[in-house]
Design a protein around this ligand. Structure first.
Ligand code: SF4
Ligand code: SF4
Length: 222
């Protein structure tokens, strides 16, 4: 059962895309009922992305944080809606990390978005939507309200492209395709990527880079 009203509500409050899926398991310990997921996508501004040239910009950093805040607010809207209907709901923050893994959170948003049929995972390890390429940010709500994907999965479509690999200033991207049957395969060196971001203390307090997002031709920057 997919929820048209929930989708319309999230889009009216600022979501760009909304998808649903059945994960088949719950990522939350001792709450096996939370196997269904809502994927919430917000598109990034073309004009702000254009301010990234050979390093992140202060405009990108500030905007990135604002979009994350909006995504977290959308998660609260979603949780409230699901709880009002008598279901359980668990938000996963847009930007997250946990003490046991500084590069990941409770569960990957891009996995939920992919299983919801909203796009695929690119060689840059980012989520690529067919409408907006990698110029998106994501958040997730887990629930026990039965949900399922609308439409088919979108297959990986990077082909022979190496643009993001060449755009990375420290060679962190391996240039390999995501493998659905081996979803935990590393597509980039996260430690190297993190170290590179730390160079940009003046603009992003070491938290953003954006060069591989900006470079992806799937973005179709206006
Ligand atoms: S965010 Fe920057 S450092 Fe990290 S993989 Fe992309 S281009 Fe390389
Ligand atoms: S830049 Fe090319 S290889 Fe990298 S994610 Fe985009 S399409 Fe895929």
């Amino acid at each position: 059962m997919n929820d048209v009203i929930l989708k319309e509500k999230l889009i009216s409050e600022g979501a760009t895309l909304v998808g649903f899926c059945d994960l088949g398991f719950s990522p939350i310990e001792n709450q096996p009922e939370l196997r269904y997921a809502v994927s919430i996508v917000v598109k990034l501004s073309d004009s702000v992305l254009k301010t990234i040239v050979d390093r992140p910009s202060i405009s990108y950093f500030q905007y990135y944080r604002t979009v994350n805040y909006r995504l977290d607010q959308l998660c609260l809207t979603c949780v409230r809606y699901l709880e009002d209907k008598g279901f359980n709901a668990f938000p996963i923050a847009a930007s997250q990390s946990i003490p046991t893994n500084k590069y990941s959170g409770i569960f990957q948003h891009k996995t939920v978005a992919r299983l919801s049929g909203l796009g695929y995972i690119g060689k840059n390890a980012l989520f690529i939507t067919k409408e907006y390429g990698s110029k998106v940010r994501l958040a997730t709500v887990l629930t026990d309200m039965p949900l399922s994907r609308e439409g088919e999965l979108i297959l990986e479509d990077c082909g022979d492209c190496k643009i993001c690999q060449n755009a990375c200033p420290i060679g962190a991207i391996y240039g390999e395709n995501f493998e659905p049957l081996n979803p935990n395969k590393d597509l980039l060196d996260r430690e190297k990527c993190s170290q590179n971001m730390k160079r940009y203390q003046d603009v992003g307090r070491g938290a953003v880079c954006g060069l591989c997002i900006k470079a992806c031709p799937k973005n179709k920057l206006k």
